[in-house]
Design a protein. Sequence first.
Length: 94
Amino acid sequence: MADYAIRVELRGYPTREQYDALHALMARRGFQQTIVGIDGAGKQKRVNLPHAVYYGCSNAGCGEVRDSVTNAVKAEVQQDILVFVVQAQTWALS
């Protein structure tokens, strides 16, 4: 399975309810708004990701993840969106 970071932008003037729906949708799909890692002192640390950024894993390829997220968000939240997906091999946090 590959790890992915996903940013979803709801364009225009989205409401708090739309973002709540987006967060719930992404959580159901296994993508979280937090990430757990080891900090510079060697301690485990949970960090909140920036707004509307999600992290999780999938057996699908990068384009498939993008298409799946795009279709789900358009069907359940709103049509005018931007979805950015990157496959992560390694990362660091502070």
